[in-house]
Design a protein around this ligand. Sequence first.
Ligand code: TXA
Ligand code: MG
Length: 352
Amino acid sequence: MQTIIQRIDPEGNLKEQLKEAAAIIRRGGLVAFPTETVYGLGGDALNPNASAAIYAAKGRPSDNPLIVHIADTDALERIASGVPESAYRLAERFWPGPLTILLNKSGLIPKETTGGLATVGIRMPSHPVARTLIEVSGTYIAAPSANRSGRPSTTSAHHVIEDLNGRVDMILDGGHVPIGLESTILDLTTEVPLILRPGYIMIEELRKTIGPVEYDRAVTLHRKDDTIVAKAPGMKYRHYAPQGSLVIYEGEADKVVRAINEQARRCVESGEKVGILAADETADSYPYGTVRQIGPRSREEAIAAHLFDCLREFDDLGVTRIFSESFEDNPLGQAIMNRLLKAAGYQVVEIR
Ligand code: TXA
Ligand code: MG
């Protein structure tokens, strides 16, 4: 398949620029597009063949449900049934934006889109390209992150091209995304709403808006525990994984630096290609291997925005062993560490 790559001029007329992309969506094709969180791989959420094509293009197991993207709140009534009042309060406060809510689905949404589940994840993205694409295509857009299954999510078009060129009809290049981590997923079908995936919108803000909210047990895990079943089917698969083996070091900063350096030196001496993921503050302390500065600890948004980029860069460099600092000491730490721990397959060294 020949993939059309279209660069978007954010200053230009978006409706005009997105006409062809919308036509592709309408006829059941696939278009990768930027959102404020990560790039999405979009297809018509109401067309079972389009959903099947998304799974095929990603190489994704088809029991893993897709998030349905909407451009106006009225869509809630059509896509979901028995919409609770809390959904409207959340929509009012956080949409458009990086929050996905889970509700019981209506008959309009085919089971192919929800991986056979009776619930549906719904999100109204704030990125102008995403919103305009939904509006112009005149449907709802099912979109997982635009990466090959198991790989880090994509935050800029060249990463999407790397993973999906030749497998989708079109890739829209809208530059680097602003947030860089996928949306917070909140399950509203349980008695107490549960966060299934932490993201940019944090638990305290959700509690302020709708009262009690808890984390799903699989989210707060810092060690792999096979007895706990993740409620979001996608969270059970190996995820975000770079090609090299990744180990996270936790503990006091100077001790972590020393421990990583010791391992890095050994690996370099035995001919391995070493990558080190470090905060700006400590990046100069690592003499062995290739160091990637993820951002300053004082700006957790920067760390979130660069995490997937750094993991992909290590792949590009052919790195076989990655050692990473830990980044949980900030408000976004929960979301950042959730992705990093999965990328590491939960390999953590605690330094005392
Ligand atoms: O920020 C985002 O959410 C991005 C952009 C493109 O919007 N999308 C995204 O989709 O991250 P994806 O498919 O890569 O991750 C969605 C996660 C998966 O782990 C999936 O299992 C879970 O959400 N999910 C979706 N619908 C669900 C449902 N009905 N019940 C339980 N989990 C669901
Ligand atoms: Mg994904």
